[in-house]
Ligand binder design. Structure first.
Ligand code: HEM
Length: 464
């Protein structure tokens, strides 16, 4: 019985070519996810790949994935890419093992920071940051320059989480080069990503040393931020405020200073790249589908009227814009996989025995394209798949851009509010001009992003 899958031999795999590194490296080391997607199409709803002499099981079929969502038999598995982040963020929310007490503590303390009331509190700050983006795009429009969509969305989402979470301003829109904190953050993520495809022993010592310096810089910056906050006041009700001042409602326990530092870094990382990618893909599709853009724009004009800035509720009412976002996250879920492990010996979907602790990766981009769930035209962009009637008629647990169960994304409502708000503002203010020669290329760091996407933007006449 190999690695907890007694009948592993029944799970198909690609032809084995590279003896040591196996087939995970396969055709593409920089795009392992898209490489897995290619294998998935040939091998079917469950398959395996080998790397470093280990077997990795991938699942994407609707029925198998839905079974993995059963929380009584399965739970999040912290392995692979996530475990590689532990030197940076330890037992903070995203990287905690299920049994670590700090997970429940932080979850209970921070969940109210993502309630509707909390979100209403962030709304004005989100608008403020979005205003910096439109200021930047206005200047591009005036000068007839195209805009760097993923670059600008990353600035926007980083500033949004820094501001709403911690009252911090990285000045991204005013800088010509990224803030050193961002460089260090990207450096540690890239290092963790390399560890996924190259064994640690093969990495250069210089790279490991660089990584340690990056982590030290991240820690120092966050510690300064926390010290400042502890000294002064301010930040009422933001995430940092909750981390520092809230005690657990039942046990009275608080987050330790080291844990606060890990949570702050976690939220800065988890809170921006994924949302930035989601916005970028949505803008890609809006620019490519003028009919969809027109419908979305008409909704914004109708719901927002001539209010200069939308209120909280006016964002929630953008139902069609939200469908555009959902449909973009269907085709390109920007956190493209999550891992599930068996809590006890069990049989996956009545067919594949698993021992306790055995695990599989759910390949969301393929789950979201399973023709048995989404139909023969699953590859086609169509926001109407998310109108309420269509959603009701679909099997549950087949749309999972935010993961599943107790360890699903705590920032889901935050991301959706921010992204819907920004898409609304951009649709209302600009006409989007795609570059007819652009072909979608997707880059992979920890998250997916449309590589090199630039758009022309023209101010709409008469727009507020
Ligand atoms: C967890 C996706 C935005 C914070 C997750 C997971 C996914 C995900 C798939 C589960 C990972 C797993 O099972 O291993 C996304 C996507 C986003 C987004 C696609 C945007 C479109 C955000 C934002 C924040 C955030 C804005 C914070 C403000 C977190 C945290 C966790 C998490 C802290 C760990 C939760 C836990 O284990 O308790 N996210 N996320 N995410 N996300 Fe997000």
């Amino acid at each position: 019985a190999e690695q907890g899958w007694p009948e592993l031999h029944r799970i198909p795999h690609p032809p084995r070519r590279v003896p040591l590194l196996g087939d995970v490296l396969g055709a593409s080391r920089t795009r392992p996810l898209q490489d897995s997607v290619r294998h998935a199409r040939r091998l079917g709803p469950i398959f395996r790949r080998k790397a470093f002499n280990k077997e990795f099981v991938f699942v994407w079929g609707g029925a198998l994935s839905a079974d993995l969502a059963d929380e009584t038999r399965f739970a999040k598995h912290v392995g692979l890419g996530i475990a590689n982040l532990r030197p940076v963020v330890g037992d903070a929310l995203f990287t905690a093992y299920n049994h670590e007490p700090n997970w429940q503590l932080a979850h209970d303390v921070l969940a109210p920071g993502f309630s509707r009331e909390a979100m209403e509190g962030y709304h004005a700050m989100m608008l403020d940051v979005a205003g910096r983006l439109t200021g930047h795009w206005d200047r591009a429009a005036l000068a007839g320059r195209t805009v760097d969509v993923p670059g600008d969305m990353t600035k926007l989402t980083l500033e949004t989480i820094a501001r709403t979470g911690f009252g911090h301003d990285f000045g991204s829109f005013e800088r010509s080069r990224p803030h050193p904190f961002v460089t260090a953050m990207v450096g540690t993520l890239a290092h963790a990503q390399r560890l996924n495809t190259v064994p640690a022993a093969f990495l250069l010592r210089a790279s490991a040393r660089r990584n340690e310096a990056d982590i030290a810089y991240l820690n120092r910056t966050v510690d300064d931020l926390v010290r400042e906050r502890r000294r002064g006041s301010g930040g009422e009700g933001d995430l940092l405020d909750r981390m520092l001042r809230t005690a657990h409602p039942e046990t009275g326990e608080r987050l330790s200073p080291e844990n606060v530092r890990r949570q702050v870094i976690t939220f800065l990382v988890a809170g921006h790249e994924t949302t930035s990618g989601a916005l970028s893909f949505a803008l890609y599709y809006l620019a490519r589908h003028p009919d969809v853009a027109a419908r979305a724009r008409a909704e914004v004009d109708r719901v927002w009227g001539d209010a200069e800035l939308p209120g909280y509720d006016q964002v929630a009412k953008l139902r069609y814009v939200r469908r555009v976002l959902d449909e973009s996250l269907r085709l390109w879920p920007t956190a493209p996989a999550f891992a599930r492990e068996a809590r006890e010996d069990t049989v996956l979907a009545g067919d594949h025995p698993m021992r306790r602790g055995a695990w599989a990766l759910v390949l969301t981009p393929m789950l979201h394209r399973d023709p048995e769930v989404w139909g023969a035209d699953a590859e086609r962009f169509d926001p109407d798949r998310f109108d309420p009637k269509a959603v009701r008629s679909r099997a549950p647990h087949t749309f999972k851009p935010f993961g599943t169960g107790a360890r699903a994304c705590i920032g889901r409502q935050f991301a959706l509010h921010e992204a819907t708000l920004v898409l609304g503002l951009l649709l209302r203010r600009y006409a989007l001009r795609p570059d007819p020669d652009y072909r979608l290329r997707v880059t992979e760091r920890l998250t997916l992003m449309p590589d090199g996407l630039r758009l022309g933007v023209d101010r709409r006449t008469g727009a507020v």
